[in-house]
Design a protein around this ligand. Sequence first.
Ligand code: FBP
Length: 690
Amino acid sequence: MEILLNHPVVKQVISIENSQIIDRRNYTSKVCNVFLNRYTCLKESDSFHFSIDAEARKQLDKIIDMKVQLISDQVPDDDAFIQFYTQKRHIGVVFSGGPAPGGHNVVAGIFDAAKKANSENRIFGFLLGPDGILENEYIEITQEIVDKYRNLGGFTMIKTGRTKIDSKSKLTLSKNTCKRLHLSALVIIGGDDSNTNAAFLAQEFYDEGIQVIGVPKTIDGDIQVRDSNKTVLCATSFGFYTAARAFAESVSRLSTDSSSDVKYWHICKVMGRVASHLALEVALQTHANMTLIGEELADYVDIKRLEKAKQRGEIDYTAYGMTLRHLSRVICDAIVRRAAVGKNYGVIVIPEGVLEFINEIQVFIIKLNTIIAEYNQTHDRDFHEAFPQLEDKLDYLRRLARSARENNTISVWNTRDDDLFHDIPDFFQEGLLMERDSHGNFQFSQIETDKIIISMVKDYLNILKEQGLYKIGIERSWYRSKMEESGLDADFYGSILFKNYDTGAYLLFKETIMSKKKLVQELVKENVISSDRELPKIIEKIYSKSVPKFKNQTHFFGYDGRGSDPTMFDCVYGYNLGLAAFSLLANKATGMMAAIKNLEYEFEEWQPIGIPIAPLMHLEERQAKLNLVIEKSLVNVNSNAFKVVKSLRSKWLAATPHDDDYRRPGPITFGQDMSWEKPISLTLNALTID
Ligand code: FBP
């Protein structure tokens, strides 16, 4: 064995190094022009305004009036500036929340810029996310460590975690750690909640002179910053594009497979906790047959239902918003339409957060969030510890509802809620009652959204099948040739069997012919065969071909794409964010988010900036309390990207006899000489159409 393992070929093929990884490590990112200069400074801009929340002014008074800072190379010619810029610093960095491709490059950017300013600067990486700060667990980031992870995915260098620094004692622990390490600055690389945290830390550390800078990270793409005039300051977070491309590649491969063996519907759930940005980008990248966009469902109005109610002189409020039942009907309609042209296969993309936009589910999520949070606030034990099993939780809910009825009090959970909740499958009940994350967010990735939707779709397809409305269209030329081969008159039988024999390129059996028995009855009725005669074999064969079998495969694309090596876009974006973060802290900024304005345009137009975080905050209910948080950006249904997807929806559904319109984005590639691409949604949204 030893000899085999030491064989040079064996050693080579099982090595964890390969040319791709080596190329990635050796690649030096392009930098925005300002960073070519030895020093950078900040120019305060008065062009951008925010409407400030009164509570944010109250809680974050020390950092609320900060302005957007443009990073510039027009540095002042004075010693004090140079002295501060180049002073010896200890900088802490931490990843917070889910991994996002490009994160290692942010650290590399901070490291390179810090060493360029002063080779004695030291960078400390807190381990396992904010827990590392609280518990003073860190490593010193060296040149060797940085070079090992350059342009590679994951947050493996120092790992990550979801702990929130949200109490006085945690703020104090964090301050102690920073002081112990003599940190002059802390950089938090995280999502909306982590940047919210960064603002509170900046406020807390302000008097100590410890600066806090945030960096916009999340594959979800829901940190987008616009000022009150809708000017885009940050078009997306780093990591979004890589995850979208990775998901798109898998979805595209499934489109290829599905249109080859033509027997499966692939149901692809893609990550994105609430916002559907990832699903939208995947739609643009792949032209999957159907893509649900949660934000659109929330705006849905059932006009027919409204009109019916109007005739009765009533207003039907339930017509506003989408129900699960209606959503399953919409999906069935697409499946039935494709089947009618012989396509009993396809690909559907479902955003993991879609349930957030479904009326009845949203109500359950809000109510259960409140119940769990209230329980945790009033009891010593956590709700999930107190009620470990589903039955225990259901029992608690039942008691809540019963007590409200018996005491005639208004409760967040009443007997109607309880009855409705009991009608949904166990696994879904379990999902809705699952533990919330440390920020009180519902964990959509843990719920089998696809399974819930597909089980309803299957039920309804069976009904449509029984009604004779779900059938596979039979290609006219195939039908003719088979009938001719059997010596039967195609036209004679055609007008008896099919409802569209005069016009259809794909022939659909009449709705009344929904079983073999009904087929025989029809032919007997038309005096084609006598009741004791057998059905001609070829007619039986043609009929069998028209009977749909709905077969599906479900897939979840999330953690795989999140762990992908970054696209060139995210490598360069991440690295420049790191440089911007250092520039902000070397210029005394705090409570700022490093960002790149004009990300949606050519690289030459990228403008590194600092965005004040406090003015982005608003009050939101979390864990049954109103909290200041950065607002998540959802898909704008008036954006160009959404409008393009909406208007090409029918083309991509391809419920026509023609070919499907699938797009192949191809794999994420890496090469210095390769032109690098950016998200299609960003490009579309940047277009101004008069
Ligand atoms: P962040 O917002 O922290 O970047 O995480 C986003 C995300 O990847 C979501 O898309 C997904 O719903 C969630 O994290 C999964 O969380 P976890 O990693 O805790 O399972």
